[in-house]
Design a protein around this ligand. Structure first.
Ligand code: FMN
Length: 317
């Protein structure tokens, strides 16, 4: 089985420092960037160069664009297409109310014509693979989802990633993976599935099901070794990772590959998931959230493994 394993686009997480960390564990087959605002990219803000850093594996990187204005998205896509990368993805799935209110993210799913016209406009400007990431839609209506995706396909989309939840659903409701298989039946282009994969075993199981690729988000932050572990399950070898060292390595990479203005928010975002590996993780998360510098976070992290909780150290099971 050789279905690609993909890293999900995650704001404040899917940046170069995190990709470097994943690569140290052997990496995955495709990295989606955190969403990049088409408007901000064209305006040339001071931080855009960090968003478009393609390292360490430009050939595996897919830039994800978010926006509401089709002219802006087209121009931004054309701009990114000139960089070495694997593709350009359009975000039609972000459910955050602030994003949707502007007509961006999942708001695209409310009109098949508007979304189809966007892809038709972007298509001739992009030589790389053009993809869309989306949800089921506003209602639990598979026929609508199928029509929506067929229109995207006709307009030139080459890959669809389905995170099978309604736009209005939070993480509490389980992702409906059966929709991934059903959507695959409706389309000629590949369909990647995404949602709720919690461990390497589940990643392998999903990849064996009806989909063309599998995308992992939160579990890859909790277990940056998840792709490596899935591969070793497939090859029946073993892999062990050290939690303390991985956290320290992430801090090092973060300070090297992200601007100082981003350090705190991104460290807190990472440890918000990564601390779930520890028995006293919630306590440690609160401590980290109170800190105001990376070196203080590092100190708290190191102390945790020296203190009484040190017993919980070392590796995940
Ligand atoms: C912190 C965070 C940030 C996210 N940012 C984005 C984003 O920028 N673009 C996007 O399409 N989805 C974004 N998502 C959704 C994920 O890509 C993914 O669809 C979702 O987390 C479900 O996958 P999972 O269960 O493997 O985490 C984000 C999710 C999280 C938790």
């Amino acid at each position: 089985m050789d279905k690609p394993f993909l890293l999900a686009p995650m704001a404040e997480i899917s940046h170069r420092a995190f990709r470097e960390l994943l690569e140290e564990f052997g990496g995955c087959d495709g990295y989606f960037s955190e969403m990049i605002s088409a408007g901000a990219l064209l305006a040339g803000g001071p931080f855009e160069k960090w968003y478009i850093d393609t390292a360490p594996k430009p050939e595996k990187l897919v830039f994800q664009l978010v926006g509401a204005d089709s002219e802006q998205i087209s121009q931004a896509a054309a701009l990114l297409d000139r960089l070495e990368c694997a593709g350009i993805d359009i975000n039609m799935g972000c459910s955050a109310p602030l994003i949707r209110k502007t007509g961006a993210g999942a708001a695209w799913m409310s009109s098949i014509d508007r979304a189809g016209e966007l892809i038709s406009r972007v298509r001739p400007l992009v030589r790389r693979r053009l993809s869309v990431k989306l949800r089921i839609g506003y209602k639990d209506d598979f026929e609508y989802l199928a029509r929506f995706c067929r229109r995207l396909e006709e307009a030139g989309t080459e890959l669809i990633t389905l995170h099978p939840r309604l736009v209005t659903e939070k993480f509490k409701r389980l992702a409906r993976w059966e929709y991934v298989g059903r959507l695959k039946q409706e389309l000629k282009i590949p369909v990647a599935g995404n949602g709720d994969i919690a461990c390497a075993g589940e990643l392998v199981r999903r990849a064996a099901g009806s989909c063309d690729a599998v995308m992992v988000g939160r579990a890859a932050v909790r277990q940056p070794w998840i792709f490596a572990e899935a591969r070793s399950l497939l090859q029946k070898t073993s892999s062990v990772s050290n939690i303390e060292e991985t956290g320290l390595r992430f801090l090092e990479l973060l300070s090297r590959y992200q601007p100082p203005e981003f350090h705190l928010s991104r460290a807190k975002r990472f440890f918000g998931f990564f601390c779930d590996n520890l028995k006293w993780g919630n306590y440690l998360k609160n401590q980290i959230n109170r800190e105001e510098t990376l070196s203080e976070i590092e100190r708290v992290w190191r102390e945790h493994f020296r203190g009484e909780e040190g017993a919980e150290k070392i590796s995940p099971d």
